[in-house]
Design a protein around this ligand. Structure first.
Ligand SMILES: C[S@@+](CC[C@H](N)C(=O)[O-])C[C@H]1O[C@@H](n2cnc3c(N)ncnc32)[C@H](O)[C@@H]1O
Length: 212
């Protein structure tokens, strides 16, 4: 049986004011992403889209203030250039980003090192655990989810249940499947932060088993 989630509410300012170290990082990261695609338009596929890094940073700051995480471990599912994982690291989390495209993993490492982000690791592989497909319902679209890569967890000797916060920017419609995966594999009390589009960030907390 899948674990239950409760929604955590957060009010987001339209123009969030971030601590300087974070606003500098999201600007730096965003510029690196734009510069990379300018240099390598041939690598960009149609499904590539990045979240609004400032909005996500503001949400993570707000979440820490209103509902501080018990576990300061952070996992970005499909991290691309790793800007969100880097943000979590600057907020004091041990952060990991998993990405199936090796060229993006290399860029994530390069950008984090160039800025001096510590406590962020980037893993190549599938962020879906082996067997996760069973939680997809037939009507769940899985357009942008890459499933060919091997699941990353065994290779790096870690488990989803070790992460107190999981972040993803799902392709429209894929959020239901990702929520089911989180409901099955995450630890009780872990949070799922979903960027759904501008001004729409959803945050869930997995309830302990006895609350099911
Ligand atoms: C919409 S982009 C978001 C990137 C990043 N989170 C951001 O907001 O900038 C989704 C990313 O997930 C990666 N991805 C898709 N399916 C994946 C999978 N099953 N395992 C690992 N990475 C995946 C894609 O290659 C892409 O880089």
């Amino acid at each position: 049986m899948l674990g239950k989630l409760r929604s955590l509410s957060l009010s987001l300012a339209e123009e969030p004011r971030l601590p300087k170290k974070l606003s500098q990082w999201v600007q730096f990261g965003g510029q690196e992403v734009r510069d990379f695609w300018d240099r390598h338009p041939e690598l960009r596929n149609k499904e590539w889209v990045e979240c609004d890094y400032s909005e996500v940073a503001a949400a993570l700051v707000g979440l820490q203030l209103s509902h501080p995480a018990r576990q300061k471990t952070f996992l970005e599912w499909g991290c691309g250039f790793g800007v969100v994982a880097g943000t979590a690291s600057l907020l004091g989390f041990d952060a990991v980003g998993i990405e199936s495209e090796y060229f993006l993993v290399k860029e994530a490492v390069r950008i984090a090192v160039a800025y001096g982000v510590k406590n962020a690791e980037f893993w190549e592989g599938n962020f879906l655990p082996t067997g996760a497909e069973q939680f997809a319902e037939e009507e769940d679209p899985r357009v942008a989810l890459k499933s060919e890569a091997k699941s990353a967890y065994a290779k790096y000797g870690r488990d989803i249940a070790e992460f107190g916060t999981v972040f993803a920017y799902p392709w429209p419609g894929e959020e239901h499947f990702l929520k089911s995966v989180f409901r099955n594999y995450a630890a009780a009390d872990a949070r799922l932060v979903l960027y759904r589009g501008p001004f729409q960030i959803e945050i869930y907390e997995k309830l302990p088993t006895e609350s099911r």
